[in-house]
Ligand binder design. Structure first.
Ligand code: NI
Length: 200
């Protein structure tokens, strides 16, 4: 049986709309973001074996919580869900650009060139410190429909992806800060404890 064009258009629309959420901050975001000191952040995330509606519900709730906190990236373990799911949006002030969803992300190549960049994290509010990481990466992942994908990333995108993948392994950016003295001061200033850092 032939499908009508109208039917195809509706299907395409349905697929496109599957994780669309408003970028407007919510008064009560659906998921709580855990902060440094909570052991929930130190647990490994497991691979997602099947990407389905329940995965997309998690993604939508993660996006709403990320936008409400004015973040550009969020990893599932930060909201107490230990599955390999990341959401990223470098254009949170642009209501129409779609977010990037990375499921089971794996870095398959990293550049020898390194960059130093000041990072922050929704799990360590208001603490910003320099971290050194590879400038460019290549990764494989599944998108929100479960389709296998590959991408190259540089600049802020490469930085954000590496920061978020660390969360899937229980690693926080403060673990990678080499200036321990400044880190200690910054953490204390914002009510965090240096003993919760696990230097690597
Ligand atoms: Ni983070």
């Amino acid at each position: 049986m032939a499908r009508s064009f109208a039917g195809l258009a509706r299907n395409a629309e349905k697929k496109k709309a599957s994780i669309a959420v408003s970028k407007e901050p919510l008064e009560s975001p659906p998921l709580k973001i855990f902060t440094l000191g909570d052991q929930v952040l130190r647990k490994d995330a497991r691979r997602v074996s099947k990407v389905d509606e329940s995965t997309r519900d998690i993604i939508k709730n993660m996006l709403k919580s990320m936008y409400s906190a004015k973040g550009i990236g969020l990893a599932a373990p930060q909201v107490g869900i230990h599955e390999q799911i990341l959401v990223i949006d470098l254009e949170i002030d642009n209501p129409t650009t779609p977010p990037l969803v990375l499921i089971n992300p794996e870095i398959i190549a990293s550049s020898a060139t390194l960059d130093t960049y000041e990072e922050g994290c929704l799990s360590i509010p208001e603490v910003y410190m320099d971290v050194i990481r590879p400038s460019n990466i290549k990764l494989s992942y599944r998108d929100e429909m479960g389709r296998p994908k590959k991408m190259n990333a540089d600049g802020l995108m490469a930085r954000c992806i590496q920061h978020e993948i660390d969360h899937l392994n229980g690693v926080l950016f403060v673990d990678r800060v080499s200036n321990h003295e400044s880190l200690g001061v910054a953490l204390k200033e914002h009510g965090f404890n240096s003993k919760d850092v696990q230097s690597i």
